[in-house]
Design a protein around this ligand. Structure first.
Ligand SMILES: [Zn+2]
Length: 291
């Protein structure tokens, strides 16, 4: 794949070398809450921490300012060239369909962890798009994971990953209806997944049916969210694969990119099924165990 010397529009924000940001962690209030939860309600402290961290994530982290513009190193240039090309190709495709293409606000390159509009971004999460600040976040170490764990080496798989995340930005910023629905559910769903177990368990223990049912409704929103996410993910994957294929993708390389696509797709299917099974368990806990 020939990419060196390709156009670079420099829609890159380079935060590499800035180091991880200080994480707030669980404050004193959170610790007290976790202790009460554990000793009074028997709720695992990690559940409380998730709930508290979920609320903190809503507030966002301090954003570091990276270097805006064209990276000088090869790994950074690759991301710049590919995202520039993705923008060019999709701008044309969207225009053909009478739609307006909008690129991400920036593609942020970082090491280990960085503050984002969606909470703390960490390399272990893999590349992601944050709707709150409309930026794509990539820790380039993820490419090592692609190679060693997912068995998809090479420029094509990397280009595919960039195109997939830029695809989410396009879905969001260009007004894709499925993405819009997903974003509509986010606040209730994130509140639901952190708060619902508390409401349900407290409702069951103290036999307050209203509390348990409220928990079930909140958790149902979280389940719906995982299913609404599926068409959004598969849409971005289809579009990314359609982008990389004309680059000369064939044989082994095509298999590599497709295995990434499948692995990523199945992760979301598994998450949706897990959420559904958990919901059924909570239903049984609230209604089935009363006899
Ligand atoms: Zn995705």
């Amino acid at each position: 794949m020939r990419w060196l010397g390709g156009d670079q529009e420099g829609n890159i924000e380079d935060r590499r070398g800035l180091g991880p940001v200080g994480v707030g962690g669980l404050g004193a209030g959170g610790v007290v809450l976790a202790l009460i939860g554990y000793f009074v309600f028997g709720i695992s402290p990690s559940t409380t921490m998730d709930a508290v961290n979920g609320v903190q994530a809503q507030q966002g982290y301090d954003q570091q300012d990276g270097f805006r513009g064209q990276p000088k190193d090869q790994a950074g240039q690759f991301v710049d060239v590919i995202s520039t090309n993705v923008d060019e190709v999709w701008r044309g495709l969207f225009r053909q369909n009478g739609q307006t293409y909008t690129q991400p606000a920036a593609i942020v390159l970082y090491d280990q962890s960085t503050g984002t509009g969606c909470g703390l971004g960490q390399g272990a999460m893999g590349p992601f798009y944050c709707p709150a600040d409309q930026k794509v976040y990539i820790d380039l170490n993820f490419y090592e994971t692609l190679k060693t764990r997912l068995g998809a080496p090479g420029d094509f798989a990397q280009a595919y990953v960039i195109a997939h995340e830029v695809g989410h930005a396009a879905q969001h910023r260009s007004g894709d209806p499925q993405m819009a629905l997903r974003q509509l559910i986010v606040p209730v769903a994130s509140l639901g997944s952190s708060l619902a177990p508390w409401l349900i368990i407290a409702g069951v223990i103290f036999k307050v049916m209203g509390l348990a049912v409220a928990g079930l409704v909140f958790f149902a929103a979280a389940v719906v969210f995982t299913f609404v996410t599926l068409p959004v993910e598969f849409g971005a994957s289809r579009r990314a694969l359609a982008y990389v294929e004309p680059l000369g993708l064939n044989g082994e390389r095509a298999d590599g990119a497709r295995s990434v696509l499948r692995a990523a797709g199945w992760t979301y299917v598994a998450a949706a099924l897990t959420a559904l099974l958990t919901f059924l368990y909570y239903l049984w806990l609230v209604f089935g165990s009363r006899r």
